[in-house]
Design a protein around this ligand. Structure first.
Ligand SMILES: Cc1ncc(COP(=O)(O)O)c(C=O)c1O
Length: 443
């Protein structure tokens, strides 16, 4: 496979990571691409295999140290090996990892912490992945409204369920339909252009009698953590309420953006919210919650022992994951959020300054600790403008960053963590400048 990365960089990578190469060769014989999760950093003939992480750093199989700008796929705002999280896991491990039924205190504590941060989440249930949380929220919406269709933004990523895969930002062809979907999926999903109020209004008015919910990614991760405009988000709340369509906020990524997540930032009260990633403190945990009248569809006591929407999850809300999530959430204080925002702002300003200094079409988007880069002269404000970015160049820049000891996958989306300092970000910015040089983008 031709990676598109410059030959001299690929050679340097091969010399730096021989053990990762043999790990890939060994694993790829029995695991596609050698990656158990399907995630990879650079989609190269061989991957970087990580040995361990501590704070904001990870070390690979060859002992190379990297500043971790990936955060375990966007889920470790406190970095690796957080002591309070480790202690909570160890304490629960001694008692038992899971019991099937509820464990004393843990579910209640997590639900209370979330409700304090997001009052819209009156009740909550757990799942294991963001995909599962979104699937369950969509099913609740269909059952509650008696309607069949779900709308989502073009370019928004919500996971790997059939309906969620349409226009998920990874493939920039808006008409691409991945193979293997349940026949008819495309008729059940209504695509809405982000930040385009007039077109969305027309589409929603046309489909209103069939639409159960709008599943909404407030800050679009795959598109460079691109925030939707305040005006557009408030419009979406207003039009969904007008037609009895539920608004589901996907906060799988954005929950740790601020105390109130993205809904707090925008000042929005969604009907349902989904969670994943950081909510488990690094262990697999997800959740979906919201209005009491909707969540009541899951309660056997309200429905003669048989809830109309029967959803259970063997590993959803395992005590050991709840304990880790609680310990992590308690550390996401206003001061921690302020620090993360200061890091992110410093990085975005620094990238803009770099672009001005060299007059190159480099741009940064994002909010708080979430930073995305693009290579285009068009200002990136929505999905169409995002698709003008040269993703190959972004991938090459990230590859060169990795060679310099900064781990950022090829999509050019970075997540910062509390152990980082402004000095770390200054180093990222210097490495970014060197990455432009390495790729002959500046002299
Ligand atoms: C916004 C958003 N929602 C949902 C998901 C799916 O989560 P999972 O991979 O845990 O199924 C992701 C994954 O990246 C995501 O970014």
């Amino acid at each position: 496979m031709d990676s598109g990365y410059p030959r001299h960089l690929v050679e340097a990578f091969g010399q730096k990571t021989p053990k990762s190469r043999s790990e890939t060769e060994r694993a790829a014989a029995i695991i596609p691409y050698g990656s158990p999760s399907g995630l990879g950093f650079f989609l190269l003939p061989h991957e970087i295999f990580i040995e361990r992480g501590e704070g904001c750093h990870v070390w690979d199989a060859d002992g190379n140290r990297y500043l971790d700008l990936f955060g375990g796929d966007w889920l470790l705002p406190l970095g690796h090996g957080n002591h309070a999280v480790q202690a909570a896991i160890a304490a629960q491990l001694a008692k038992g990892t899971t019991f099937g039924g509820p464990a004393v205190g843990l579910g209640y504590e997590l639900a209370s912490l979330i409700r304090e941060r997001m009052p819209s989440v009156e009740m909550i249930r757990c799942a294991t992945s963001g995909t599962e949380a979104n699937q369950n929220a969509m099913r609740l919406a269909r059952a509650f409204t008696g309607r069949g269709k779900i709308a989502k933004l073009s370019g928004a990523y919500h996971g790997t369920a059939d309906a969620l895969l349409l226009s998920n930002g990874l493939n920039t062809d808006p008409n691409y339909v991945p193979p293997g979907l349940i026949p008819g999926t495309t008729q059940e999903v209504v695509l809405l252009p982000p930040n385009d109020r007039a077109t969305c209004e027309n589409i929603i008015e046309r489909e209103k009698d069939d639409l159960a919910a709008v599943l909404f990614e407030p800050i679009m991760g795959v598109c460079g953590f691109l925030p939707n405009s305040h005006e557009f988000v408030h419009f979406m709340r207003e039009i969904t309420r007008r037609y009895g369509i539920l608004l589901i906020f996907d906060e799988v990524v954005t929950m740790p953006l601020d105390v109130g997540g993205a809904q707090g930032y925008y000042g929005i009260t969604p009907d349902l919210t989904t969670f994943g990633k950081a909510i488990g403190g690094g262990l697999p945990l997800a959740a979906y919650g919201g209005r009491r009248d909707i969540m009541g569809l899951l309660d056997p006591h309200q429905h003669d022992g048989m809830p109309p929407v029967a959803i259970a999850s063997t590993m959803g809300g395992m005590p050991i994951c709840l304990a880790a999530g609680i310990a992590a959430l308690k550390q996401l204080t206003p001061a921690a959020h302020r620090h993360l925002h200061a890091l992110g702002d410093h990085m975005r300003y620094g990238i803009a300054a770099l672009a001005r200094k060299h007059d190159v079409p480099l741009q940064a988007t994002g909010l708080g600790q979430f930073v995305g880069i693009h290579w285009t002269r068009t200002k990136v404000v929505d999905y169409p403008s995002f698709t003008t970015s040269d993703r190959q160049i972004v991938g090459r820049i990230c590859f060169s960053l990795a060679l310099q000891g900064f781990l950022a996958p090829f999509l050019g989306v970075f997540v910062l963590s509390t152990p980082m300092t402004i000095a770390d970000i200054d180093q990222v910015l210097s490495a970014l400048e060197q990455a432009l040089r390495d790729n002959a983008l500046i002299p």
